[in-house]
Design a binder for this molecule. Structure first.
Ligand SMILES: [Zn+2]
Length: 243
C-alpha cells in the first residue's frame, strides 16, 4: 500500500493498480460521538482494504454532503452538485495519471450523489472502472446481523458507537450514551423532508446503548472483508459492460 506520506517515486515503483478515495462527513453524531466519526470509519476501513489490495490510498475527504444534519452547529457540507464535481474531478485526475481502477469508499451513508457521479464516469469512460462501496450496504449481511442486535442502525447508533469504541475509544463520551437511544417513527426517506435533529431529540437514529468495543472489532472486520469481496467482484465481473 502507498499513501500520501510516501514519495511520488515510491508510488511510481509500487505497482499499485487501484486508487482508493475514502470519503467521510463532518456532522453531529449525537451527544457521545465526535463530529469526525464518519471520517474515522472511512479512513480506517479504507486503510485496511488498501493494504490487502496494494492500492494507492488517497487522504480521506473530511467533508461531503450532510444536509440532513442542518440545524446543529458544526455540521458542514457541500451542495450535492458541488460534490458531484469533486468526485468526478478527483477520479478523472487519477485516470489521467494512469489509474484505470478507482474505488470510492463511503463512511457516510448520505452521499447519494456519488451514485450518478460514478455511473456517469463508468458509462463515459470505458477504459475506467469506478467502484463505490457504501458501508451501510453491508448492514444486512448475515455476519453483521449476527453481530448487531438493533435493526434500526442509521446514525450514531449501535453500529457507529461500536466501531468508534474499537477505533478511537478515547473519543467516545461514554457517560453521554445513557438516554441517547432514539429511533424516529418514520422511514429513513424522511431525511429528504427534514433534518435529523428535528426527528430525533438526541440527534441519534438507533441504539448506541447496545454498542461495545467487541462488536466494533467484529463490525470492522466484516466491513473490511465485505468491501474487498465486493470490489473484486465489481472489477472482475463488469469490465466492458458499458462499451
Ligand atoms: Zn456517521
Amino acid at each position: 500500500m502507498i499513501d500520501f506520506t510516501n514519495t511520488a517515486d515510491e508510488l511510481a515503483s509500487a505497482g499499485c493498480e487501484i486508487a482508493i478515495l475514502p470519503i467521510g462527513a463532518l456532522e453531529q453524531h449525537g451527544p457521545h460521538l465526535p463530529m469526525c466519526t464518519d471520517y474515522m470509519v472511512a479512513k480506517s476501513v479504507a486503510e485496511a482494504v488498501a493494504k490487502k489490495l496494494n492500492a494507492y490510498l488517497l487522504p480521506t475527504l473530511p467533508i461531503s454532503t450532510s444536509y440532513e444534519h442542518k440545524g446543529k452547529k458544526g455540521s458542514v457540507w457541500m451542495r450535492a452538485k458541488t460534490f458531484y464535481s469533486v468526485i468526478q474531478d478527483i477520479v478523472l485526475n487519477l485516470k489521467e495519471q494512469g489509474f484505470s481502477k478507482v474505488v470510492i469508499m463511503l463512511g457516510h451513508g448520505g452521499i447519494f450523489v456519488s451514485t450518478p457521479a460514478i455511473r456517469e464516469l463508468n458509462a463515459d469512460y470505458p477504459d475506467l472502472r469506478v467502484a463505490k462501496v457504501d458501508f451501510l450496504q453491508f448492514l444486512g449481511v448475515p455476519e453483521m446481523l449476527k453481530t448487531l442486535e438493533c435493526r434500526d442502525n442509521l446514525h450514531a447508533c449501535e453500529y457507529e458507537t461500536s466501531l468508534m469504541l474499537y477505533l478511537a475509544e478515547e473519543m467516545v463520551k461514554k457517560d453521554k450514551i445513557d438516554g441517547a437511544d432514539f429511533v424516529p417513527d418514520v422511514p429513513r426517506d424522511f431525511l429528504n423532508y427534514c433534518s435529523i435533529v428535528k426527528l430525533s431529540k438526541t440527534g441519534v437514529w438507533g441504539k448506541p446503548s447496545l454498542g461495545t468495543k467487541e462488536k466494533g472489532e467484529k463490525v470492522f472486520r466484516i466491513l473490511v472483508d465485505e468491501s474487498i469481496q465486493y470490489i473484486e467482484k465489481i472489477f472482475s465481473q463488469t469490465e466492458g459492460y458499458f462499451d
